[in-house]
Design a protein around this ligand. Sequence first.
Ligand SMILES: [Zn+2]
Length: 339
Amino acid sequence: MTTEEKIKAMPKAELHRHIEGCVRPGTVLDLARQYGLKLPTFDPAGLDKIYKLRSPGASLEAVLGMFGLARASFASYEAVERITWEAMEDAYKKENIRLLELRYSPDFMLGPKNLDWNKAQEIIAATADRFERTYPVVCGIIVIASRSHGMEPALKTIDFTLNNKKTVIGFDLADSESAYPSSLYKKAARKLHEAGIPLTIHSGEEGHYSQVVETINELAPKRIGHGVKAAEDTSGRTMELIRQGEITVETNPWSNYLTRAVPSIEAHPLKKFITAGLRCTIGSDDPEILDTDLNKEYRLAVEKMGLSFDDINYTLRCAVEGSFLPKDKRQQAAKWLGL
Ligand SMILES: [Zn+2]
């Protein structure tokens, strides 16, 4: 068996994947035709070129700008359901993912068509339930507040999360950490803690490692998305803070390479994190737009980033332990993953 075949066959866990980054190009075309949406081209090959980022973008901001076509595709509740189902289907059928946490930003995703957040969340949660009944996969949904949309929508998203506690497993803050530092959300995050909703925060994806320290001190998250900048603290203190807090770092190596968070895939600090005793997982972030999936991420980890298959298994154990899903679902996933 080649490394590629071995990886493809492995049962996997994904904790960091945005629904907005899972829209198939074919679905972008279908939905554009169905709802009369504008596209730069209706030629599948041409669209693929525009839609997918294949080499490093200028910055995180520039990469986030790639999401326009995906975002416009959430044109109706039916479209939301279709995209969610397909995201789950791709995860299971193409990557053999058995534990899947999907996340989305209601303000970003539902804003263009002004869809009702509660109704959309009901549909997304029902789709996850239906998927779990159909396939051997456990799924959960995380709600994101997009920092760059401003404080008011972020606070609205926190209230929305609290009101939908039954169908949401966690809360996340994403994008533009430098412009919207974690301290801004400290008071609002307290309400989430009081309600028992765990936090995972995009932090140290860009900017300075001190932002990771700030995120941990101000928001007390159970997990951190990306966290790559923590490795730039040569004193090792930031990594030690993560280790001592038993915080799980959701790494997304290819995404970090494309947003220039790391200069090369070989320079990604995942192996360094593992060696230092940090809890780490491997994620794909936005598989369609960033042209990746866990098969590719694991292959890069083994072939370019110095991970062994034992390390990969370690990341899977960290994923099951760090997942926000209820215990019974995590135990079921552990069995499927052979842990
Ligand atoms: Zn992300």
